[in-house]
Design a protein around this ligand. Structure first.
Ligand SMILES: [Zn+2]
Length: 59
């Protein structure tokens, strides 16, 4: 079995760079994380996973 991290994913708004924890749903014994529907700060619906955001900023 693959190891599955239990920390929730985080997502970054591509417009204002606010960071959100992923929304969690529990289905069939598995946890699923997804980005918010829209940014509470600026209303954007564009998010990137935090890891990709960090890699992008560093590169
Ligand atoms: Zn935003």
């Amino acid at each position: 079995m693959a190891h599955t991290p239990e920390l929730p994913d985080r997502y970054v708004c591509t417009d204002c760079h606010a960071v959100y924890a992923g929304s969690v749903t529990h289905d069939d014994g598995l946890y699923h994380y997804s980005a918010p529907d829209e940014c509470a700060a600026c209303g954007s619906a564009s998010f990137v996973p935090f890891d990709q955001y960090v890699n992008h900023e560093v590169a």
